[in-house]
Ligand binder design. Structure first.
Ligand code: BES
Ligand code: MN
Ligand code: ZN
Length: 483
């Protein structure tokens, strides 16, 4: 989607559809009323009808040659960090419905121009995303967007575009069906990112994994003909130890021998969303050119039942040497992540490790589908990521993880077990397993099982369309930009 910005008076811009965001308490769109006496009454009437109500949109035609159509969108009076993003999405969808080739949004006259501009660009681009790879009839074309602002906001537009493109890249991969997106396919997407000269891609497979000590990845992957990979993407943009981002990529999670029930099992194609978020984030930082180092690790497997599958009762050896008793083959994410996290710490001595995973259904029970679970052994890291969540409206909420929970993964026959006690504290128990893979590096885990794709309890946001949301990319980019 084409997005640009211009410093101008709104009525001096030639556009198919001129859009204003109207706050009931302010005098936005004033220039429309004063500049042209002819349209004052139409504008007054539209704004009156709108009453500033959030989500409401009024459009009108005019006789002005350069501005044939006007659109007013209400913001309500309680403007949150997500309001502008949401309204920009609503406006963009209306612009597409009206089949205009181009539309312009007037940046509301607030203090943080750059933030507002980012939110407009993100909202517009993400709302008009559609996944039509496998349809003959493609979605309607996306109109071009011009942002009209009193200040130069080109840099903010550039950043927001690259951010949204990172999210879109993530959605596109995450939405791929499991038959066409085995672990080897994820390698192709990672390879594409490494076209950027600052990104290096290494892939471990076959005996690299089985003989390299990656007992978790090997065990989970052994039941599938689609063999596992560990994808490593190194972004070199600055000095010092890297931030390690680890993302669960189970290309399809049947549960394995502990088979899942059939209902909604198709959604387990989204069990690769953590890994996809890491791919989109690395792509975006490499294009933005952030002056830091980041390494992305993506353990990619398919969890299938079969003659070669791992079983409940098995004892496996994870990367780093700890043994794990398998009690349920559907608790597979923690096994592949434990390998990748331990490898990240050993290989890269990172300044911190952040992992993202659609790890437990229990996180949906605890937090629903609009907030990700956050667990960490480091308060500073947790508070930074929390703040990024507020700014990006990719909200996270911290759950406790003290030594009591570490007790719950002790095994009688191995060092640890991959299941807790019954259903108690499912999200925390899974995180406790991950924590046991970390030696001394600050670590933070995000359970994105509820937020990674649109599910029935998910809050409707104009910029989250059906399918994968790309959750985590905007959050991580905000965090990485601010360190
Ligand atoms: N990928 C699932 C978690 C999941 C379930 C994500 C539903 C999103 C929606 C994970 O591998 C899993 O199966 N977890 C089990 C763990 C249990 C066996 C301890 C779960 O949540 O039921
Ligand atoms: Mn599972
Ligand atoms: Zn899973």
């Amino acid at each position: 989607m084409n997005v640009s910005s211009v410093v101008a008076n709104p009525l001096d811009v030639k556009t198919d559809l001129l859009c204003h965001i109207i706050n009931p308490e302010s005098n936005d769109a004033l220039e429309l009323k004063s500049a042209t006496y002819d349209i004052k009454s139409i504008v007054d009437q539209c704004i009156g009808d709108l009453d500033g109500r959030l989500g409401k949109v009024v459009t009108t035609t005019t006789h002005l040659e350069d501005t044939p159509r006007l659109l007013f969108a209400g913001s309500g009076s309680n403007i949150t960090p997500d309001t502008i993003r949401d309204i920009a999405g609503v406006i963009s969808k209306r612009a597409r419905e009206l089949k205009v080739k181009q539309f312009a949004i007037v940046c509301p006259d607030t203090k943080g121009h750059h933030n507002v501009v980012s939110q407009i660009v993100e909202g517009a681009m993400l709302a008009l995303y559609d996944f039509d790879d496998y349809k003959i009839e493609k979605a309607d074309p996306k109109p071009d967007l011009t942002i009209i602002c009193k200040q130069d906001v080109e840099e903010a537009v550039r950043m927001a575009k690259l951010t949204a493109e990172g999210v879109i890249f993530t959605r596109n991969i995450a939405n791929q069906p499991p038959n066409l997106c085995p672990p080897a396919k994820l390698v192709e997407f990672a390879d594409a990112i490494s076209q950027n000269e600052k990104v290096k891609c290494t892939v471990l497979s076959g005996s690299d994994l089985t003989e390299g000590g990656f007992g978790g990845i090997s065990a989970v992957g052994q039941g599938s003909a689609n063999t596992p990979r560990l994808i490593v993407l190194e972004y070199n943009g600055g000095d010092g130890p890297p931030v390690a981002l680890v993302g669960k990529a189970v290309t399809f999670d049947t549960g394995g021998i502990s088979l899942k029930p059939g209902e909604r099992m198709d959604e387990m194609k989204f069990d690769k969303c953590g890994g996809c978020a890491v791919l989109g984030t690395i792509k975006a930082i490499s294009e933005i050119g952030l002056p830091i180092n980041v390494v992305g690790l993506i353990p990619a497997v398919e969890n299938m039942p079969g003659g070669q599958s791992y079983r409940p009762g098995d004892i496996i050896r994870l990367y780093g040497g700890k043994t794990a008793e398998i009690l349920n083959t559907d608790a597979e994410g923690r096994l592949i992540l434990a390998d990748a996290i331990a490898y990240a710490e050993e290989q890269f001595s990172p300044r911190c490790i952040i992992d993202l995973a659609t790890l437990t259904g229990a996180s949906i029970i605890a937090l629903g589908c609009d907030t990700a679970g956050m667990l960490s052994d480091n308060d500073d890291l947790a508070s930074d990521v929390y703040e990024s969540g507020i700014r990006t409206a990719e909200n996270v909420w911290r759950l406790p993880l003290n030594s009591d929970y570490m007790e719950m993964i002790k095994s009688k026959v191995a060092d640890i077990r991959n299941l807790g006690l019954g259903k108690a504290a499912g999200t925390i128990v899974a995180a406790a397993f991950l924590k046991s893979a970390v030696k001394s590096t600050p670590w933070l885990h995000l359970d994105i099982a509820g937020t990674a794709w649109m599910q029935s309890p998910s809050k409707k946001r104009s910029y989250n369309v059906p399918g994968a949301t790309g959750f985590g990319v905007r959050l991580l980019l905000d965090y990485l930009r601010n360190i």
